[in-house]
Ligand binder design. Sequence first.
Ligand SMILES: C[S@@+](CC[C@H](N)C(=O)[O-])C[C@H]1O[C@@H](n2cnc3c(N)ncnc32)[C@H](O)[C@@H]1O
Length: 180
Amino acid sequence: MPAELLFALLRDPASTGAVLPSSRALANAMAHAAVGADAVIELGAGTGPVTEALLRHMPGVPLIAVELQAPLARRLRTRFPSVEVREASAKQVVDGLIHRPGRLVLVSSLPFRSLPKEVGAETVNSICRFLAHSRERKLVQFTYQPRAPFVAPRGLRWHRRAVVWRNTPPAGIWELQAEG
Ligand SMILES: C[S@@+](CC[C@H](N)C(=O)[O-])C[C@H]1O[C@@H](n2cnc3c(N)ncnc32)[C@H](O)[C@@H]1O
């Protein structure tokens, strides 16, 4: 385990969720799902494997990386100077972008199953409000569970896009979007 993730886990186990960083295969599959977006908002960027894959797959596309933990946000800024890193909660950033036009894709590594209940609920509500605004938007989320990452409200639908076996543990990649 990289030292940064270990320290993050010790500081805040519920919000960090992962014991291992996302594999290259998982990061690539997440980034691949975002191709075609006008802008990407990465939620819970952590140590940056998905950020790195997004930059590789989508050069020139505006990318906002959101990370709650200050040491991880600082490291992301140093490692990716071209990325707009916001040290903030996912809810704060997503709420602030609700009226932004274009095909916006949220790419999330947020650990919904381990987040404190209230934080998880307000984050899910914020993301669902954001997606309901336009069918051009979607959420890309991975999960280690065999089911969708959280229950979708009426009007939004989950679709399992892929399973990445070359990750420990294997992960499902799911997309959430407004119904047509
Ligand atoms: C599974 S970990 C990081 C995954 C990342 N792909 C990696 O390999 O480093 C999830 C990250 O989400 C961040 N996080 C948790 N809750 C958050 C929130 N409400 N807003 C923004 N970031 C959050 C944690 O600090 C943690 O870095």
